[in-house]
Design a protein around this ligand. Structure first.
Ligand SMILES: O=C(CO)COP(=O)(O)O
Length: 247
């Protein structure tokens, strides 16, 4: 059985002191969660967040990393820097990074490889644009993104990866994919993984993301292939996020 994993992607929200307050509010609300719980604050908050999370059941994730080990890469953060802060997970290839920061399938793959090499668990985002959905190419788009993100990995590495299926038209819009639609696309992602990596596909946890909230979480989480959620807006309030976690 795949253990559910619910992660909050705070995006560029919350100062370090606000992060500490949110975490302190969240801790008792999710202490009995059956799922793995993760928060992904902005890079500038990670040190304070790690301190606040000590002794809790909540994991810490970053929202990005650089694929180089160190050097002249102004503004970037390396895997070693994240690990040294106590970070365990890293979101890679979020659609906002693909759209605004020129992230490509190739850089996503390099980042996934670096994360795994260093012992961070990648949360790899894939998802189609509205026009791709309307053109009926959703399955092709997510299959290709998934295979390219995982290119060259060993089966044992793939089994550790978390994939977040985030239809771009559902992010921050209040529009959610129906639970059936999301499950069907996630099955396509799992099938694509199986084509290349065999049985590892059954171990990969695949989240849904895109306007997931306390109202729709239980329906989405009841689906056969949805193993968790990557939550944006609803992760910024302790009460809402805890309701998703305790779906
Ligand atoms: O992009 C998302 C999480 O990575 C989803 O954001 P929302 O939950 O705000 O739609």
């Amino acid at each position: 059985m795949r253990k559910p994993i619910i992660a909050g992607n705070w995006k560029m929200n919350k100062t370090a002191s606000e992060a500490v307050s949110l975490i302190n509010e969240l801790k008792p609300l999710v202490a009995d969660a059956d799922a793995d719980v993760v928060v992904c604050p902005p890079a500038a908050d990670l040190a304070a967040a790690a301190q606040a999370l000590k002794g809790s059941n909540i994991g810490l994730g970053a929202q990005n990393l650089d694929y180089h080990d160190s050097g002249a890469f102004t503004g970037e953060v390396s895997a070693d820097m994240l690990l040294d802060l106590g970070v365990q997970y890293v979101i890679i290839g979020h659609s906002e990074r693909r759209e605004y920061y020129a992230e490509t399938d190739e850089t996503v793959n390099l980042k996934v490889k670096k994360a795994l090499e260093k012992g961070l668990i990648p949360i790899v985002c894939v998802g189609e644009k509205l026009e791709e959905r309307e053109s009926g190419v959703t399955a092709e788009v997510v299959r290709k993104q998934t295979k390219l993100a995982l290119l060259g990995l060993a089966e044992s590495e793939v089994a550790k990866v978390v994939i977040a299926y985030e239809p771009i038209w559902a992010i921050g819009t209040g529009k959610t994919a129906t639970a059936d639609d999301a499950n069907d696309t996630i099955k396509e992602i799992r099938a694509a993984i199986r084509e290349v990596f065999g049985g590892a596909a059954d171990e990969v946890r695949i989240q849904y993301g895109g306007s997931m909230n306390p109202k729709n979480a239980s329906e989405l989480m009841a689906m056969s292939d949805i193993d968790g959620g990557l939550i944006g807006g609803a992760s910024l309030k302790a009460e809402d996020f805890s309701k998703v976690v305790n779906y």
